[in-house]
Write a protein that binds this ligand. Structure first.
Ligand SMILES: *Cc1c(COP(=O)(O)O)cnc(C)c1O
Length: 397
């Protein structure tokens, strides 16, 4: 290659898709901090602080809480391959793309998998799960808390206790929920929980926070076979994150800087405040979309505030609309995945992206795009509806 390439210069974007979300400027600044070694005593102190902050956002006391080097899917794989041995029974709940992914990971790990299915956009009632546990008696039940492909939020109350009645470990995907809606690991009695950094934590993709209950740790210690993955074996990784500081692999130092700063931002805002902020901007967006006749794909009452999956209105073209948003306004939203491809848009209000500026700009931009395509819409109605929600909030606040 002879040509000298130009400097990196991507266009400014407003990330309102299913992730990554906009990274907070303070996180970007933390990432420009010079490196220290991954065994430097100062870095080890930063790791301890990051673990303490992770316990805070996960709402857990679990000692085995750390960040896997890899994206959310690496967190999923870590939980699955450490809990199951070839031949172990596992139930996977599938009502969207990420349940399907967990099923694939479980099968590759050699689990004997039973699939529990629900229609996309729906959730799993406790009674249905009880029936399956009674029949299958699995070692592990895997479920997605916030299904990013459909915008559905799985209720978690009572699920851990139910699983333990049947001697089953509860494995939960909180990639899209952590930092956006309550993730209460101890209260849920969840045993293995993973997340990602690029959704509601608003750091770049690259780490997967995970936490394991003492019950899960015991199950891992009782394994008869080695964990199939060398890289993701928590018994080895733990020796680096724990007291021994035994070298396993080089920690992605810059990403730990980023995660620590992102978590500090969560702590400064406070969990309750942060959840309230996500609910507020979701309400404004939802009111705005309703004014245009746009409806949600997930069942009413179980819709995620941070991931708004909505049916594409008749007469609007999926790709044309998203292209207009991107080219004219720099706004990225997501298209549908799997069964929902070409049928839904996924509008993220995650972490730092979850702001009134973004909601109002998006609604204005969407109206323009729909008008350009010749749709008859009540012009300005979406902004008015969103502003009414904000005005009420101001009066109440
Ligand atoms: C994004 C996502 C994942 C996968 O995370 P990656 O960071 O893309 O590997 C897994 N589960 C859910 C629910 C997600 O939203």
């Amino acid at each position: 290659m002879n040509q000298v390439l130009g400097e990196l210069n991507p266009s400014p974007r407003i990330l309102m898709g299913p992730g990554p979300s906009d990274v907070h400027p303070r996180v970007l600044r933390a990432m420009a901090t010079p490196l220290v070694g991954h065994l430097d005593p100062e870095f080890l102190a930063l790791m301890n602080e990051t673990q303490a902050l992770l316990r805070y956002v996960f709402q857990t006391q679990n000692p085995l809480t750390f960040a896997v080097s890899g994206t959310g899917s690496a967190g999923m794989e870590t939980c699955v391959v450490n809990l199951v041995e070839p031949g172990d029974r596992m139930v996977v709940c599938v009502n969207g793309v990420f349940g399907q992914r967990m099923l694939d990971v479980a099968q590759r790990a050699g689990a004997e998998v039973t699939v529990l299915e629900r229609p996309w956009g729906d959730i799993f009632p406790l009674d249905l799960i009880r029936e399956t546990l009674k029949k299958v008696r699995p070692k592990v039940l895997g479920i997605v808390h916030a299904e990013t492909s459909t915008g559905a939020c799985q209720p978690m109350d009572g699920l851990g206790a139910l699983c333990h009645e049947y001697d089953t470990l509860l494995l939960v995907d909180t990639v899209t929920s952590l930092g956006g809606i309550p993730v209460e690991v101890d209260h849920w009695q969840a045993d293995a929980v993973y997340s990602g950094t690029q959704k509601c934590l608003s750091a770049p993709p690259g780490l997967a926070p995970v936490t394991f209950s003492p019950r899960a740790v015991e199950a891992i210690q009782r394994r008869k076979t080695k964990v199939q993955s060398w890289y993701l074996d928590v018994t080895m990784v733990q020796r680096y994150w724990g007291q021994e500081r035994f070298y396993h692999h080089t920690a992605p130092i810059t990403m730990i800087y980023a995660l620590r700063e992102a978590l500090r931002l969560v702590q400064e805002e406070g969990l309750e405040q942060r959840f309230a902020r996500h609910r507020l901007h979701h309400s404004a967006l939802k009111a705005g979309l309703a004014a245009l006749g746009i409806r949600y794909a997930a069942v009413e009452g179980y819709q995620l505030p941070q991931l708004n999956a909505v049916w594409i209105p008749p007469g609007a073209d999926d790709v044309t609309t998203r292209r207009t948003l991107l080219d004219r306004f720099g706004i990225e939203i997501g298209g549908g995945l799997g069964d929902f491809k070409g049928k839904v848009w996924r509008i993220g209000l995650m972490g730092y992206s979850c702001r009134a500026n973004n909601v109002l700009l998006f609604l204005a931009a969407l109206e323009q795009s729909l008008i350009l395509q010749g749709l008859k819409i009540p012009e300005g109605a979406s902004l008015a509806a969103a502003n009414r929600v904000y005005a009420q909030q101001v009066v109440r606040g």
